[in-house]
Design a protein around this ligand. Structure first.
Ligand code: ADP
Ligand code: GLC
Length: 488
């Protein structure tokens, strides 16, 4: 089958979060299963392309036209990459905005990518299925099911839309419709209208053939007011076309047996290298060596409200009375960065933070920490806790979304389980789960068991890629049926 992915970021070209990991690994896994896969991404400032295949594509933008070039690259793995190359839109410092502010023309930027992807599909790489990701890509289904319906080729192609995060809507004023060349008639409750604004994500939910999200639990949660971000009603109307498919992990990248970014390699059979990684990690964060004896808690995260670090701030005094040390790597909202900086000043010997985006350090934390903390308010899937399992780093997580689906609570009596979870979104619940982890850490046999249980887990992409394959099939059949009904 020929599958065309459309997204706003993807490794090895661009990344701000887990979406980019998925956009690298899932296409590769699908190619491994015999499919042809191409990915459309914007060409950002640091994206290296091989050559240009279309010098100038004509893309309408409101009443004017834009002329992006289409570049290509083909990194190892057999996936074809197409890049929408429009320097005025994408040759910028960051992907989505600077200084905590979104770029004011994001609606236009990602409308261009979607329109270019559709024309590219038509002119150069006709797929059997289009797979879109997050709000940035939703103009693909919106246009295919409106302006492009008379096109016999494109209207036959089903669109799968994956929600990686319900918290990001792509919300714009009403006049954006005219600016991107969509009819005002789409400004309706069963269209893109959302409390007086235009909501891109909503368009994806309504106009796609199938919806998926990145864990089963999150597929249930987004149908509730607590987790629906105002769109749970819309999601409920599509519940029979919504599937939760858990993200996988690329174990050629996230695996202590082969990871060249960490101080020493190790495996479930021989964990001795992990101590060298811990020593190296403490040195990276300039924390005293005496912390080698303490359980070391690691954090790697975007600093956003989603990630739950307000709970950490709430409980910091109680938490730091425990015999532990913390290293945190992240960047994002100023208030969270400030909170971590203040804590590191308050506890300079045992808590250190690096405000940065640093892939090598992320690997070093996975390897060198004893415990990995993800207290998320919500978490569609979460990748770091799954990486942690393979590194023998025990996750402490809030039982939400993918965190709940991937981590099994440890039961000291039976020796089963891979980590520690708490349910209530409160500081004391977080503290209690961490204290449970610390108690287990003190019992060397229990801890080894926990590490071994986690390291034995297999979250590789194969099973999930097969599930996507089945869904693509179902969507193709569904579209053929729809076409037959509508032509009667
Ligand atoms: P999200 O997509 O919500 O940020 P995920 O857990 O799915 O959460 O994925 C986050 C990805 O981004 C992981 O690969 C993680 O290692 C990486 N990451 C997040 N913050 C940083 C950072 N500050 N430096 C390096 N990598 C980071
Ligand atoms: C989102 C979610 C995260 C998920 C990632 C990849 O950014 O916040 O939970 O793992 O997308 O699907």
């Amino acid at each position: 089958m020929r599958i065309l992915f459309v997204a706003s970021e993807g490794l090895p070209f661009s990344k701000t979060g887990g979406l980019a990991d998925v956009l690298e690994a899932l296409p590769k896994a699908l190619v491994g299963q015999g499919h042809d896969v191409a990915v459309v991404l914007p060409r950002y400032r640091n994206t290296q392309i091989k050559n240009i295949v279309i010098k100038s594509l004509t893309v309408p933008m409101g009443t004017s036209l834009r002329f992006p070039a289409i570049g290509v690259a083909a990194p190892p793995g057999g996936v074809q990459y197409f890049f929408v190359d429009d320097p005025q839109y994408f040759d910028r410092e960051e992907l989505y905005g600077v200084g905590g502010r979104d770029y004011p023309d994001n609606a236009e930027r990602f409308a261009e990518v979607a329109r270019a992807a559709i024309e590219l599909a038509k002119q150069l790489w006709l797929p059997d299925v289009i797979h879109c990701h997050d709000w940035q890509s939703v103009l693909v289904p919106v246009l295919l099911r409106t302006a492009y319906t008379p096109d016999p080729q494109l209207s036959a192609i089903p669109v799968i839309f994956t929600i990686h995060n319900m918290g990001y809507h792509g919300l714009f004023p009403r006049d954006v419709l005219a600016r991107i060349g969509l009819p005002d008639s789409l400004f309706r409750v069963d269209g893109l209208e959302f409390f007086g604004h235009v909501n891109y994500l909503k368009g994806g939910l309504i106009f796609s053939d199938y919806l998926t999200t990145v864990s089963r639990k999150y597929a249930e949660e987004i149908q509730t007011t607590e987790y629906g971000h105002g769109l749970d009603g819309v999601v409920r109307t599509r519940a029979d076309h919504l599937v939760g498919i858990l993200n996988g992990v690329d174990y050629s990248v996230w695996n202590p047996e082969v990871d060249s970014l960490i101080a020493a390699r190790y495996s479930a059979k021989d964990l001795s290298g992990k101590q060298a990684c811990k020593r190296d990690l403490l040195a990276e964060f300039q924390l005293p060596e005496e912390n080698l004896e303490r359980p070391l808690i690691g954090i790697v995260s975007r600093f956003a409200d989603q990630k739950g670090f307000d709970l950490l701030a709430q409980m910091a005094d109680e938490l730091m009375q425990e015999d532990l040390a913390i290293v945190a790597l992240g960047s994002g909202e100023a208030k969270h960065e400030r909170m971590f900086r203040e804590l590191s000043q308050q506890f300079p010997e045992r808590l250190a933070v690096k405000i940065a985006y640093d892939n090598t350090l992320a690997h070093k934390i996975e390897a060198g920490a004893d415990v990995f903390l993800m207290p998320s308010r919500y978490e569609p899937c979460g990748l770091n806790q799954i990486y942690s399992l393979r590194y023998g780093t025990v996750p402490v997580v809030r039982a939400t979304g993918g965190l709940d689906d991937t981590i099994e609570p440890f039961d000291p009596a039976s020796g089963r389980g891979t980590g520690f979870k708490f349910s209530e979104y409160t500081g004391p619940a977080l503290l209690a789960a961490l204290q449970e982890a610390l108690a287990a850490y003190d019992d060397k046999t229990a801890w080894r068991r926990l590490q071994a249980n986690g390291m034995a887990k297999d979250f590789s992409w194969n099973a999930s890629a097969l599930e996507y394959g089945r869904l693509y099939d179902a969507a193709r059949k569904g579209r053929i049926r729809t076409a037959a009904v509508s032509s009667k």
